[in-house]
Design a protein around this ligand. Structure first.
Ligand code: THU
Length: 128
């Protein structure tokens, strides 16, 4: 099962009654584990969380902190890119070379590295 298959499989569990836009995300870690997440919206809109954030939380709770690969999928006209906040969240645990596969349900896929998605990411090293 590809990482994108994991993201596709978890997507229907999204809680997205406000946007109607269900997103599935999957992370493979350096240890080979796969963690998944979905967006979880809330009646208090800003409290909603993205699928990537859910997958990151599951990964950290699972004892992993080294992201090797990411996949994100939604029912969208073109492959869905992680939002700006999620790019920063991913950068906490992923190096610039990590590949992020973005996809839609029509089978269109786009692969970009984290460095391409978030050039010049602010990292712990910037704090000295
Ligand atoms: N969303 C994600 O979960 N991940 C993305 O990469 C893009 C956006 C969610 C947030 C919100 O629940 C819905 O999609 C519409 O913005």
């Amino acid at each position: 099962m590809s990482l994108l298959d994991h993201a596709r499989a978890v997507r229907p569990r999204a809680w997205a009654p406000y946007s109607g836009f269900a997103v599935g995300a999957a992370i493979r870690t350096a240890s080979g584990q796969v963690y998944t997440g979905v967006n979880v919206e809330n009646a208090a809109y800003p409290e909603g969380t993205c699928a990537e954030a859910g997958a990151i939380a599951a990964m950290v709770a699972g004892g992993d902190t080294a992201i090797a690969e990411v996949a994100v999928i939604a029912d969208a006209p073109e492959p869905v890119p992680p939002c700006g906040g999620c790019r920063q969240k991913l950068a906490e645990f992923a190096g610039p070379e990590v590949r992020v596969t973005m996809a839609n349900l029509q089978g269109v896929e786009r692969v970009m590295t984290l460095a391409e998605l978030l050039p010049g990411a602010f990292r712990k090293s910037h704090m000295g």
